[in-house]
Ligand binder design. Structure first.
Ligand code: GLA
Length: 510
């Protein structure tokens, strides 16, 4: 009897303490506390969500802002009545960027205004989300490492087109069909371009059995693949090892084999697999295992699918890319359509030359040729550098409306032959004198493709001596690959005037 009374007393006490704690918590937790979700309409039946996980204690506001691919702590959060201000800082010193938020508590929502440096203020409405909104899916352990056998594809660097640089989220099936047509009618197909690659924003969610769905912009992926194939071209697609892609669309996390099977059933020939959302689940040193998972899945799909790794060159991907079945791997962050971006990337690839070869290539990102941010002289430099680097040649412009100059740059057969040379050696820098750089790519025939680059603001005379190329003295035939002119047989070297931001690309053979 006594025992029962003590037990009852204990239960009563525990309940009271718990109730007290709850009351105290809710007394402390201010009206901003909770998960607030902003849903941005992508216009294709999908939404991009940003979650504000807020906690208000008196006049102090803390918490996190959760985006598809990153999560940032809130700083300097203050509440006065129905209004709150807080900030989020991204990037590292000295390149930090601060976004300032003002939020007003309304009946059932938050009205938020965000101001970022050199951008107009943006107004958002956040609604109450579930207690777990923005939470990550449960972590799946990455597999043990092994070597994925070579798939035998991409013996020369892949050539084709990708939607991202020009179209971003505005790509749809009709555009892809028109691009495929233009690839044929412009002569690009005849010059070797084959892959028509859809980048991010084709995805919707998944159906009840977990199968990936396409959004409104791509009503029938199989029919699109059939169409592209009927033109003698191949179709590529995009996904992420994370739960979300960079643009916040559905990724392949936990569905790798199923997605690879779906791609194969659709007739997909190329997959670009972009880290993004995976960065919230895995550490960089787990990338190899995570990429291996899709490498295995593609192989198990039974279809020939070129495997393009996109993790911005982190964790020395060139040392393990081939082991996960990768045919190419991005070596840098995203290219932009500017001289600075293109040259920073292109001239920065020298040290990676030993890692490229048939079946496995360094990828300094897609071409910007024809997008309008550089001059044709600069675009010729872009094309020459990418060819010397044995880089994938994935045009990133609108093929439906190209100027004759753009077509001429993209389809120059002799420059493409440098890129596609079967020896598969990536060119390297043999000399840099200030703004002058000379790059050499040995070719299968024993000839050398040599780029004489002028990164400076005024014309310059540039020389290459045979001795610098490891060639014997004596007559060597020199051919200018941009003008298509033979320049005769020269004994010790070659010198020419090169425009500002320009290049002379020559083939030198005994
Ligand atoms: C990343 C990639 C880009 C592109 C976008 C799509 O930024 O590096 O090439 O695929 O994602 O969201």
């Amino acid at each position: 009897m006594k025992k029962i009374a003590v037990a009852c007393l204990f239960v009563l006490l525990a309940t009271t303490v718990a109730t007290l704690a709850r009351t105290q918590n809710s007394a402390n937790a201010g009206p901003f506390t909770g998960r607030w979700v902003v849903r941005a309409d992508n216009g294709d039946g999908t939404f991009r969500e940003t979650v504000f996980a807020l906690e208000q204690r008196g006049s102090t506001l803390t918490g996190r802002v959760i985006n598809p691919t990153n999560e940032q702590p809130i700083v300097d959060g203050t509440v006065i009545g129905d209004n709150a201000t807080f900030a989020v800082v991204t990037g590292r010193p000295p390149n930090e960027r601060r976004a300032e938020y003002r939020a007003t508590r309304q009946e059932i929502s938050l009205a938020i205004t965000v101001t970022r440096p050199s951008q107009n203020p943006q107004s958002l409405t956040a609604s109450r989300g579930s207690a777990t909104a923005g939470d990550l899916p449960a972590r799946l352990e990455p597999p043990a490492l092994h070597r994925v056998p070579d798939n035998g594809l991409a013996r020369t660097p892949p050539m084709g087109w990708n939607s991202w640089n020009h179209f971003r989220g505005r790509v749809d099936a009709a555009t892809v069909r028109a691009i495929a047509d233009a690839m044929v009618s412009s002569g690009m197909k005849a010059a070797g371009y084959t892959y028509v690659n859809i980048d991010d924003t084709w995805e919707a969610g998944r159906n009840a059995s977990g199968r990936i769905l396409t959004n409104r912009k791509f009503p029938d992926m199989k029919a699109l693949a059939d169409d592209v194939h009927s033109k003698g071209l191949k179709l590529g697609i995009y996904s992420s090892p994370g739960h979300l892609t960079c643009a916040g669309y559905e990724g392949s996390y936990g569905h790798e084999e199923q997605d690879a099977r779906t791609y194969a059933a659709w007739g997909i020939d190329y997959l670009k697999y972009d880290w993004c959302g995976a960065g919230r689940i895995y550490k960089d040193d787990e990338m190899q295992a995570v990429y291996q998972k899709m490498g295995d899945a593609l192989r198990a799909s039974g279809r020939d699918i070129v495997y393009s790794l996109c993790q911005y060159g982190r964790n020395n991907v060139w040392t393990w890319g081939p082991q996960v079945g990768g045919n190419l791997w991005r070596t840098t962050g995203d290219i932009g359509d500017s001289w600075d971006s293109m040259t920073r990337i292109g001239f920065g690839q020298d040290a990676l030359a030993p890692h490229a070869g048939p079946g496995h290539w360094n990828d300094p990102d897609m071409l910007e040729i024809g997008n309008g941010g550089m001059t044709n002289t600069e675009y010729r430099t872009h094309m020459s550098l990418w060819a010397l680097l044995a880089a994938p040649l994935l045009a990133g412009n609108d093929l439906r409306s190209m100027s004759p100059e753009t077509i001429a740059i993209l389809t120059n057969r002799e420059i493409i032959a440098v890129d596609q040379d079967p020896l598969g050696r990536q060119g390297h820098r043999i000399r840099a004198d200030g703004v002058i750089e000379v790059w050499d790519k040995p070719l299968q025939s024993g000839a050398h493709a040599v780029g004489l680059f002028n990164r400076g603001q005024s014309p310059a005379r540039i020389t290459v001596r045979w001795s610098e190329l490891g060639l014997h003295q004596g007559a060597h035939a020199v051919r200018d690959l941009w003008t298509g002119r033979d320049l005769g047989r020269l004994d010790a070297g070659y010198a020419t005037d090169v425009d500002a931001h320009g290049v002379a690309l020559v083939r030198i053979e005994r």
